[in-house]
Design a protein around this ligand. Sequence first.
Ligand SMILES: NC(=O)c1ccc[n+]([C@@H]2O[C@H](COP(=O)([O-])OP(=O)(O)OC[C@H]3O[C@@H](n4cnc5c(N)ncnc54)[C@H](O)[C@@H]3O)[C@@H](O)[C@H]2O)c1
Length: 422
Amino acid sequence: MSFSSVGVIGLGYVGLPLAKLLAERGLHVVGVDVDKAKIQHLYAGISYISDLDDAEIQQLMACGYFEATEDYSKLTDTDAIIICVPTPVNDKGEPILKYIQLAGQHLEPVLLNKQLVVLESSTYPGTTEEVLLPILQGNGKRVGEDFYLAYSPERINPGDKRFHLTEMPKIISGVTKACLEKITALYSPIYQKVVPVSSPRAAEMAKITENSQRFINISFVNEIVRFCEKMNINVWEVIEAVNTKPYGNLYFYPGPGIGGHCIPVDPLYLQWKAREIGSDVEFITIAKKVNDSMPHYILSRLTRLLDASTLKDKSILLVGVTYKKDVNDLRESSAVHIMSLLIEQGANVSYHDPFVPRLTLHGQQYDSVELTSDIISSVDCVLLLVDHSNLPLDVIVANAKLVFDTKNAASRLGAFDHVKYL
Ligand SMILES: NC(=O)c1ccc[n+]([C@@H]2O[C@H](COP(=O)([O-])OP(=O)(O)OC[C@H]3O[C@@H](n4cnc5c(N)ncnc54)[C@H](O)[C@@H]3O)[C@@H](O)[C@H]2O)c1
């Protein structure tokens, strides 16, 4: 059982690095995306995700093993197709599965060659068998005979260069025994370790459990922040002390709130499914409440640091607007939420982010400003929200009237009266 060509549906933060990895391993990769602009960027050799630079995109496009298209019919001759489409939530925190459903509907007519289909999007347990399978079986095709269906969660950590994709143990599952054998044959030569589980729902649950665990724990640490503030205890000193315990400890750090397409979203999928089956996951409710309140807490703390009753007319320079360090992803970013609240409260807001040259909020366009001594010294406060690598922290600290550092990034420069920490 060998694979020579693979389709990847959805060329975003997950799909594009995966497509690149597969092409590097000598598989012919057909990348399909509905976003015409992304296809154009790829052929122009311009990257749109922070984990890959332009040179890497140009290398991928020139390697002869990769093509990008909007055309699903090009998947007909592939041996396997991997789905990496988004799984967001709506305003009520309910799963939006339309991207998976649409991908399935477009895919079904091209499943003519006993291909393996692998869903990699993060989702609630049951999605592969209850949502995707019926679509792919629509025209009388039989799973395990006419096509194969598997689920394997993606565990990429954008912005984190410590682990190569292939080093991440790859959880795999199949709808039937034959489906599991197929995905094992696809991924065993690519990943250093595959972790087979008994069913797609177990694999779906594993992914959503690991992300929920992170959501709950970071939210707990963020709740501890408030307690420490009231008790006048340095939370960072506490965390550092806690982290000396060599067993039974998990490393979680405070911050201005959890963002991104995964950690604050996946737990809501789990909770939605729990409620659908007459159960609940109350930890998620509490964690969400804490997380949702973080931007407001940051603003109230900022108001107190400025010894003001309101932030109206205060000039605030935000440093970092992405949802975490070293990525260009703004989805569910707490920093953007904070910036939006500051604008609503009448503050004079500017921002710097090396990954985000321009941002539109409340109908107004903001350009990332340079961190010059003049700009830094002209504002009432520099609010550090994301600790991107290579920020000129020394310049910020040397020139700012007040720094509110929510990531403890400047502490390594020494102690300064005008630098305050979360
Ligand atoms: N971003 C992460 O760090 C991360 C990590 C692990 C897992 N995941 C999960 O992986 C999935 C994808 O996330 P992402 O961050 O790559 O999203 P993304 O938005 O960066 O990429 C998804 C891509 O799919 C395309 N798309 C949407 N519908 C399509 C369709 N019907 N056909 C073809 N293309 C379509 C979009 O245009 C987009 O380019 C999500 O379920 C997410 O939860 C994300």
